[in-house]
Design a protein around this ligand. Structure first.
Ligand SMILES: [Zn+2]
Length: 379
């Protein structure tokens, strides 16, 4: 059913259009034409107005021939981490790499090409299927912004699949963590370091006091914490007046996460008060955990699809986030489907021809399995 060369040429075309977050317009326009030519009904939402980019999310629908079947979505994101400008693709032994100094962009074009090809295969074959909606999002890499702007709750979807994690193909992410971001600004007091050091309050010293006592790294099997950025100071002869620290913490258990964040915030506050400095904290819940039950229709269908292809349908837990976190939070059961993309966000990123074909075949099986069932009752 899958046309290999059509799939690979679609993948390459998608990768070759430069599409950093908030600048996906060309990629969106090209894909829109491709989907319209396939005969899909394609609409753009108004995400650009909400997130400030130059492109919108695409919603493309193939009307079903089995009206009783669940109405599902298949999803991937347009944007890639930079740099991808000037990409040249090289294929070695059936594996695609970037030949130039850029990233390949298999994250997430290696998910996007197979879902489009799977839908194309159903159009060609005339095989019965339910409604299939492609959700192609923008600005995923900078904080799931396109998905957050997408009004998925208005699309009357039952559940769906986000192709956006690493191998092995056939496995799924059904459980993730909650991810918090914390910005800490410590405000001390400047003074001449040689003349009046006792008149200053050194923000670096305050930060050091707090950080030296902080639990960081792996907190438990499913909780992590990190200080990723520290900025501050102006010159060696000035007592450092302010420091900005950017931190994060993640956990599958929100209570444990809250305790870890409290621990970090408390140490900064205590150190600040000890030195007479001030501290400003900005705490954001970046995305919320989900845990989709193995008994749910979305997981059952996925597992049957993997088995139909002889693949191991393992269910995975990760502390990484994806558009599925947003879709689940908006009430649409969603799981992440593994793709072949590996070493993502690096120059060594790669994906194989065989894994992309397998992913497209897996999506075909998901659509087939879905067509055998009836729409679940909305709770
Ligand atoms: Zn991705």
């Amino acid at each position: 059913m899958i046309q290999e060369e059509r799939l690979i040429s679609l993948f390459k075309n998608l990768c070759l259009i430069n599409a950093p977050a908030l600048e996906e317009r060309e990629s969106v326009a090209w894909t829109k034409q491709y989907l319209l030519k396939m005969g899909l009904e394609v609409v753009e939402d108004n995400a650009s107005e909400i997130i400030g980019g130059n492109a919108n999310n695409l919603i493309a629908t193939l009307k079903g021939t089995v009206p009783s079947a669940p109405r599902i979505f298949l999803s991937a994101h347009f944007d890639t981490v930079e740099p991808t400008e000037g990409l040249e693709i090289e294929e070695r032994d059936g594996v695609f790499y970037s030949k130039s100094d850029t990233i390949l962009g298999a994250d997430d074009k290696g998910g996007m090409a197979p879902i489009i090809e799977a839908v194309h295969a159903f159009i060609d074959s005339g095989e019965p299927h339910g409604d299939i909606v492609l959700l192609l999002s923008c600005a995923e890499e900078i904080g799931l912004k396109g998905a957050a702007a997408l009004k998925i709750e208005d699309l009357d979807l039952d559940f769906g699949y986000v192709l956006d994690t690493g191998p092995p193909v056939g496995s799924y992410v059904t459980r993730t963590g909650t991810h918090d971001k914390i910005d800490i600004e410590i405000i001390g007091k400047p003074a001449h370091a040689g003349k009046d050091p006792e008149k200053g309050i050194n923000a670096i010293q305050v930060a050091a006091r707090a950080i030296s006592q902080m639990k960081l790294g792996r907190i438990d099997a499913e909780t992590t914490a990190n200080l990723g950025v520290i900025q501050g100071g102006s010159a060696t002869n000035v007592v450092c007046a302010s420091v900005l620290i950017r931190a994060e913490a993640r956990s599958t258990n929100e209570q444990v996460l809250d305790e870890q964040v409290d621990h970090m915030v408390k140490l900064f506050a205590e150190a600040a008060s000890e030195y007479g400095a001030q501290v400003k904290i900005r705490h954001d819940r970046h995305y919320r955990a989900y845990n989709v039950s193995e008994d749910s229709m979305v997981v059952q269908i996925a597992q049957r699809a993997s088995r139909a292809l002889g693949l191991e349908p393992a269910l995975r837990t990760t502390l990484g986030g994806s558009d599925a976190n947003i879709y689940n939070a908006k009430g649409i059961p969603s799981i992440v489907v593994a793709t072949g993309m590996d070493k993502i966000h690096t120059h060594d990123e790669y994906i194989s021809r065989a894994d992309m074909i397998k992913n497209a075949e897996l999506c075909v099986e998901i659509i087939r399995e879905t067509a055998k069932l009836s729409r679940p009752q909305k709770s």
